[in-house]
Design a binder for this molecule. Structure first.
Ligand SMILES: [Zn+2]
Ligand SMILES: [Zn+2]
Length: 348
């Protein structure tokens, strides 16, 4: 028997002598080109069926794309394959596959050229965004009144800042739509989680009461899970700072609004009280800054202060607290009428 190529009489492998066999050996089968997919909106890349945003670099992406379509000749032993990018033209990478291995006891090396093409795709998060998908609605409302223009402006800005911050780590941090309604503003948000975070922070900043509800809107059959949408409402207080409220038979002037509580001054004792938002339903707004009237002090005794009712000009006697010591006869004082009773609103 002779080698089919060189007539050598050595031991034959598939009809060839060792050197002809090695020379003509195909170390692997590969396609002419391979591809990988990039999201055309956000640049995320598909890695083993999962979209990744960061930390998956060109070399690794291209190496993975090449390796997935290779078929190594089983006769080759101790195989090692590396890939190298030699040129990049737009969406095409020209690459070389280096194959190292052992064949019939000899170390061999082979090089094969391959092209890797970038395919444009859309990742699920971007596709959600572009299809207007949303999981939650933030409902901005005010209790028993219209929202002020300035409140709306401030909340719009606040939400926009929050989205800017949160979208760095969550691609569903977006607002698909902002809807102006008679009763307030609705913001449609990509994810439940993001909507919830934003409302909690809004409440810390603007006060008010949060309520939530949710409704099943469909079913994810692939994960046998109900899909639901949530409505998270922030109801801002009926009052602003400097408005007057009643709470547990007391009349108070609101001094500041915070996340857990709001602070108000009792108009009879001049003492400061903190009221938690859970108690909000027991609070009633009874007067605003524009209801303040001015009147004259007609007499001051150690325990009482006498003023004129600005509407009837009748003389009224009110109990005097230490804070009223600086009031003098003939001076002017601010008062507010609540349920036909007059309260002195001492200036700070
Ligand atoms: Zn030969
Ligand atoms: Zn994307």
């Amino acid at each position: 028997m002779f080698c089919l190529l060189c007539d050598s009489e050595e031991e034959l492998y598939d009809g060839l002598c060792k050197s002809c066999y090695i020379e003509n050996f195909q170390a692997l089968q590969h396609p002419e080109y391979t591809t990988f997919t990039v999201c055309s909106h956000c640049g995320a890349t598909l890695k083993h069926d999962k979209w990744v945003q960061k930390g998956y670099y060109d070399d690794e992406i291209i190496n993975d794309a090449i390796q997935k379509d290779l078929e190594v000749n089983s006769k080759l032993e101790d195989v090692e394959i590396t890939t190298q990018i030699t040129n990049n033209r737009g969406t095409v990478y020209e690459c070389i596959i280096h194959v190292y291995g052992s064949l019939l006891g000899e170390d061999i090396e082979r090089q094969y050229p391959i092209e890797v093409k970038v395919e444009k795709g859309v990742c699920p998060d971007c596709s959600k965004f572009y299809s207007g998908y949303y999981e939650a609605v933030i409902q901005l409302r005010a209790d028993g009144r219209k929202l002020d223009e300035s409140e709306i402006r401030d909340v719009d800005q606040f939400i926009s800042d929050e989205i800017q911050r949160l979208c760095k780590t969550n691609k569903l941090a977006y607002i698909t739509e902002r809807i102006v309604l008679k009763e307030g503003i609705d913001y449609q948000v990509g994810s439940h989680n993001i909507a919830h975070k934003i409302v909690v922070n809004l409440q810390k900043h603007f006060g008010g009461v949060i309520t939530q509800s949710r409704k099943i809107v469909g079913r994810d059959k692939s994960r046998s899970k109900d899909l639901y949408r949530s409505w998270i409402s922030l109801r801002l207080a009926s009052f602003h700072t400097e408005d007057f409220i009643t709470y547990k038979d007391k009349v108070l002037k609101v001094e500041s609004i915070g996340s857990h509580k709001f602070v108000a001054k009792n108009l009879e004792t001049q003492k400061i009280e903190a009221i938690i938002w859970k108690e909000y339903d027991k609070v009633k707004k009874v007067a605003t800054k524009s209801d303040i009237q001015t009147t004259t002090i007609t007499n001051v005794t150690p325990r009482e202060i006498q003023i004129l009712d600005p509407d009837t000009y009748e003389t009224l006697e009110l109990e005097k607290t230490d804070e009223m010591n600086k009031l003098d006869i003939g001076g002017q004082v601010n008062i507010v009428k609540v349920n036909n009773k007059i309260y002195i609103d001492l200036e700070e």
